[in-house]
Write a new protein. Structure first.
Length: 165
């Protein structure tokens, strides 16, 4: 079981790296792009179909039928909550992607678990397999000094950002 979790986490990390590399190619002309900047956290702004701000996200395959990864309970905290932006948009603070599902457990409930649920338990906890309405990749987090700059991106209809979904 422990090996299965490790493999799932490694696959999730590889998937994130692949997406990051693809996104890096599309932003190579930006002043922030370099091999060093790939280690910086991305700025992902998104909107969900319902309010899932307190719910833990897990990672799904492209067809959304298979669970491919999930955080360890020790990986979530009060810092995991998304930041609320204008017009119903959220700033990701946890590391999500377009192929996520939300589970019924909140960050507080999940963080106190001694171990992560099994894949079959996760299947029973999923409350939405398609929760993302819109998602944008807007470069690396160091590009933005405060929330007002992110809200300006929303007003500009995400000029300079890559639409992920």
């Amino acid at each position: 079981m422990k090996n299965t979790v490790v493999i799932i986490v490694i696959n999730a990390c590889i998937s994130i790296c692949i997406v990051g590399c693809k996104m890096q190619k599309s932003t190579q002309n930006s002043p922030q792009s370099s091999s060093v900047s790939m280690a910086l956290p991305p700025t992902i702004i998104y909107k969900t179909t319902k309010n899932y701000n307190k719910n833990v996200a897990i990672y799904l395959s492209e067809d959304k039928k298979t669970i491919t990864g999930y955080p360890a309970p020790s990986d979530v905290s009060a810092n995991s909550y998304p930041t609320t932006l204008k017009k119903g948009y959220l700033l990701d603070n946890r590391g999500i992607g377009k192929n996520i599902a939300f589970i019924s457990l909140t960050y507080e409930e999940y963080a106190v678990l001694k171990k992560a649920p099994s894949v079959s338990e996760f299947e029973n906890l999923i409350i939405d397999r398609n929760p993302i309405k819109e998602m944008y990749y807007c470069g690396h987090a160091v590009r933005y000094s405060d929330i007002s700059e992110l809200n300006k991106l929303i007003d500009s209809k995400f000029k300079g950002c890559q639409k992920v979904k």
